[in-house]
Ligand binder design. Structure first.
Ligand code: PMP
Ligand code: GLN
Length: 383
């Protein structure tokens, strides 16, 4: 292992999913649904294979998908992107984030991350030999948010970019227009690039709407907007993502991405193009069903004795484990298969300083109702 990657080891998702498989536990750890995406979209993938879409597609993605992404951005957000020069297809959002960070930062540049952060961010910042500056999201009146002064203090002369993930994994926060406006103001003031991770763009609840940072005044020209099909269409295994950004930023990202993977799987791209065009009503149903699942799991966790923080988006719920007499989420999640036959994610692994997240544990609710009920019944034995 090269020195700079030593702190990363194995991802928590691999560790916890292996633990669930080994112990036969219910896996509320890694976020993936246990039901399939829209049947006609699955059929479109099969059809794509049958009709011969089995060789390298163009590096920047099949035209059908780039066109469908452009139409989707226009229709939902009023953002116009040229499908030939401003949209790039990637191997999931993960590759999009990695390629963007590698392409847009020099060694020693600083990148601002909100913490807790999705684990790949810190690793790619380190791969790029850049330096991460973290701004904590603190639990304030029932939701995780940042202190404007702490955000301002994190931006300095070496800051090159800020990564903004909303709806936010793992806290479930959806940034408000005011919060985004402050981020936009700092980007303009310090000439920063915003790399936005919007993979949960359609998964928001209670009438809360996702606002892309690129829709704020002056932001489209400096935002690298990233999303993917995995969460929107319940196909996390398809690993199909995309970047929308001004042509010069896309050109920079392409230079890196073409040597990481050159291109992304062809059949999935055609099927996702179909999904973006025809299956958005299915996604609305998914969102309603997820809101009900959130409530179902939240009720179960509350009855089991956890303090539950209700998320406005994503498919994760945060819990405070202290009311049950536990102190350390990593210890608890490692013991949970034995104690209750359930696997969850210790939130502390998403922090530079684990102390800040030590007493939080994340549970995924993108599961069948009977699975949620069984997990809740098992967890009720903890108290
Ligand atoms: N960003 C966030 C915030 C995520 O939760 C995930 C996991 N789906 C990803 C990126 C990775 O997305 P993909 O599977 O499309 O690479
Ligand atoms: N995004 C999912 C999660 O946060 C899974 C990520 C992964 O497996 N790398 O649980």
């Amino acid at each position: 292992l090269i020195t700079r990657m030593r702190e990363f080891g194995t991802t928590v998702f691999a560790e916890m999913t292996a633990l669930a498989v080994r112990t036969g536990s219910i896996n509320l750890g890694q976020g993936f649904p246990d039901t399939d995406g829209p049947p006609a979209m699955l059929e479109a993938a099969v059809e794509a294979v049958r009709s011969g879409a089995n060789q390298y597609p163009p590096g920047h993605g099949v035209p059908e998908l780039r066109q469908a992404v452009a139409e989707h951005r226009e229709k939902h957000y009023g953002l116009a992107y040229d499908p030939d020069h401003e949209i790039y297809v990637t191997v999931g959002a993960t590759e999009a984030i990695a390629a963007s960070v590698l392409a847009l930062t020099e060694p020693g540049d600083e990148i601002v991350l909100f913490e807790p952060y999705y684990d790949s961010y810190a690793a790619v910042v380190t791969l790029a030999q850049a330096v991460r500056r973290t701004v904590p999201l603190r639990l304030t009146e029932g939701r995780f948010t940042f202190d404007p002064d702490e955000l301002r203090a994190a931006v300095g002369p070496r800051t090159r970019a800020i990564v903004v993930n909303s709806p936010h994994n793992p806290t479930g926060t959806v940034f408000t227009r005011d919060e985004l406006a402050l981020i936009a103001e700092l980007c303009a003031e310090h000439d920063l690039i915003a790399i936005t991770d919007e993979v949960y763009e359609h998964l928001t609840f209670d009438g809360v709407e996702h606002i892309p940072l690129a829709t704020l005044p002056g932001m489209r020209e400096r935002t690298v907007m990233i999303s993917s099909a995995g969460k929107t269409f319940s196909v996390t295994g398809w690993k199909t993502g995309w970047i929308c950004a001004p042509a010069p930023l896309i050109a920079a990202v392409r230079t890196v991405k073409q040597f990481l993977t050159f291109t992304a799987g062809a059949p999935w791209q055609l099927a996702v193009a179909y999904g973006l065009r025809h299956e958005l009503p299915w996604v609305t149903d998914l969102r309603d069903s997820l809101a009900a699942k959130r409530d179902r799991l939240a009720t179960g966790l509350t009855q089991a004795g956890f303090d539950v923080i209700r998320p406005s988006g994503t498919y994760f719920v945060q819990t405070d484990i202290r009311p049950l007499g536990f102190r350390d989420g990593l210890d608890l999640t490692r013991a949970l298969p034995t104690l209750a036959g359930v696997v969850a994610i210790p939130t502390q692994v998403f922090y530079d300083n684990p102390d800040h997240g030590r007493h939080f544990v994340r549970f995924a609710f993108c599961k069948r109702d009977d699975v949620i009920d069984e997990a809740a019944a098992r967890l009720a034995r903890l108290g």
